[in-house]
Ligand binder design. Structure first.
Ligand code: F6P
Length: 518
């Protein structure tokens, strides 16, 4: 007899609200004695979900490591037992996806391809090259998305609301709609969206599958209007979809035309392909686009930033810095965060403005991220090398100009936020960048914010930030100087306004707004 949880056409579960994301609200590690230890995840989505009051809500996520897999395997009916842990009221279903499939989908497609496209990270003379290896990864990405769609279809009550998160799960909305047309489906992109000229780097079928996958949602949501417009432009350009720029909708009739290569490889004719939907029959659907600018969680941050573990780290940092000014940055060690150019800007400041020698310390926290990928490991090495070179060039027996830490320590990050005179947030491109919103909220005495115009947060913070072109090292050094010399009154005034803008849409409201709009 067929297992009803995998019967995609008739299965209905009991959850009225579901969230799906690659990384879930909890993760596990294995202690020396072999027992599993649970840790609550951070981030806006975890805070946002605390707004759900329904105890039947379900969060579907992937097992990310062997400890997660052990926990998932031992979970009754696939649901983790979270009793006694402060992780919100919802049930968590962790999918035990075969490790090779998971790695190809997460590392190969999501992080090495879609992430690179949306953040414009390729050095195009040599990359990308979509070869046979990529095709294997793409097949894994499809299987991984199917596993999520099946789990959601099995868990969802009739007419349930399903909020699918991010570029890992771009195929899920269309797959889920096919299995469960009764559901209300939202998709949220936490990344930027690439402009069409860059998005077209993807193989044509992949580019279309990602767009039509997301268009399976009733609402496709973004962190800023800029990313929503870029998505709409890709739909117009690659799918010939109809975009209503005022109502912010995309209408797609399920057909797309594309050139077919002739024997000589030159496109000669155009043919009509069906959308990957019910039985291949083209259907006309309109997807609404939404913009929800996730804000900082002020209540959580203020309370957390004044606990004893943060005070302790603040005292240690104060001792290291003395009465000097501070420039603070806190990031994942992530290619898009532009840490290397940030360090180059600091070096330029010290080289061209010797008045800052012995009067400033740059505190840079770059905690590990995606270390399975060689690009990320190499980038971490480049950050370390440049940091060491700056200290070699300028340090004196009594002054260390740069303090770099590459291990994750959340209380120490909050301590640095409190201490910051200047915050440096200079990404090449960023969906939002919550650090830019968090520092003003937590800062003890007000801080100047040097902010890349390519961060989503810039749309809301630009009036009171010092805006920089992230590629312009000299202009960034000038902005650091402007931040360091800003009067305390101006800094405090700007910080007040930055805080108001940064907290305009707290995570819980951000989440409820999306739910209510579905
Ligand atoms: O920005 C997209 C995003 O998925 C964020 O939601 C998250 O902070 C970040 O990437 C982390 O990625 P990973 O799960 O690969 O560490």
């Amino acid at each position: 007899m067929a297992d009803s949880s995998t019967n995609r056409s008739s299965a209905t579960g009991t959850a009225p609200v579901l969230v799906a994301s690659n990384r879930g609200p909890v993760s596990f590690s294995t202690a020396d004695d072999g027992t599993l230890t649970l840790r609550r995840g951070g981030g806006g989505l975890v805070s946002g979900l605390s707004a759900i009051e329904d105890p039947n809500a379900v969060w579907v996520c992937a097992a990310l490591n062997d400890s997660d897999r052990r926990a998932a395997a031992g979970a009754p009916h696939g649901r983790l037992d979270l009793a006694g842990h402060e992780v919100g009221g919802q049930a968590v279903r962790m999918l035990d996806i075969d490790p090779q499939t998971f790695s190809r989908a997460y590392n190969g497609v999501a992080n090495s391809t879609l992430w690179f496209v949306h953040h414009l990270l390729y050095a195009t003379p040599t990359a990308p090259a979509f070869d046979a290896g990529f095709r294997t990864e793409w097949a894994a990405y499809q299987a991984y998305n199917e596993a999520f769609a099946e789990a959601l279809a099995a868990e969802a009550a009739p007419n349930a609301a399903v909020l699918v998160q991010d570029y890992h799960l771009s195929l899920v909305p269309a797959l889920l709609r096919e299995a469960r047309p009764d559901l209300r489906i939202g998709h949220f992109s936490h990344t930027p969206w690439a402009p069409p000229e860059y998005y077209r780097l993807l193989p044509d079928d992949v580019a279309r599958a990602v767009l039509t996958g997301i268009l399976g949602a009733d609402r496709a949501c973004f962190l800023t209007h800029r990313w929503a417009r870029a998505f709409a432009a890709c739909c117009e350009d690659l799918l010939e979809a109809t975009v209503d720029h005022d109502a912010l909708t995309v209408t797609f009739d399920g057909r797309t035309t594309l050139p077919q290569p002739s024997a000589g490889g030159t496109p000669t004719r155009r043919t009509t392909l069906p959308q990957p939907s019910a039985g291949g029959t083209p259907t006309r659907r309109t997807t609404r686009l939404g913009v929800h600018a996730l804000g900082a969680d002020a209540d959580f941050l203020r309370e957390r930033a004044h606990r004893p573990d943060v005070d302790e780290r603040l005292a240690a940092l104060r001792e290291a810095v003395g009465d000097r000014r501070t420039i603070v940055r806190v990031d994942r060690t992530e290619l898009s965060k532009n840490i290397v150019r940030g360090l180059q800007a600091y070096r330029h400041l010290l080289r061209t403005r010797p008045e800052w020698h012995d009067r400033v310390v740059h505190i840079a926290f770059a905690y590990p991220s995606r270390t399975d990928l060689a690009e990320y490991r190499n980038y971490t090495a480049a950050v370390r090398d440049l940091a060491a070179a700056i200290n070699d060039e300028f340090a004196t027996p009594t002054w260390q100009p740069l303090i770099l830490h590459v291990d994750d320590d959340f209380p120490r990050s909050l301590a640095a936020y409190r201490l910051a005179d200047v915050a440096l947030v200079n990404p090449i491109r960023d969906g939002m960048n919550l650090v830019a919103k968090e520092v003003p909220v937590v800062s003890d005495h007000g801080c100047a914010l040097v902010l890349s115009r390519e961060a989503g947060a810039h749309a809301e913070l630009k009036d009171d930030a010092l805006t920089v072109n992230p590629y312009d090292v000299i202009a960034t050094a000038d902005a650091l100087h402007a931040g360091l010399t800003m009067s305390p009154e101006e800094r405090a005034d700007r910080t007040k306004r930055l805080t108001a803008a940064a907290t305009a849409l707290p995570p819980q409201q951000w989440f409820l707004d999306q739910l209510n709009a579905l």
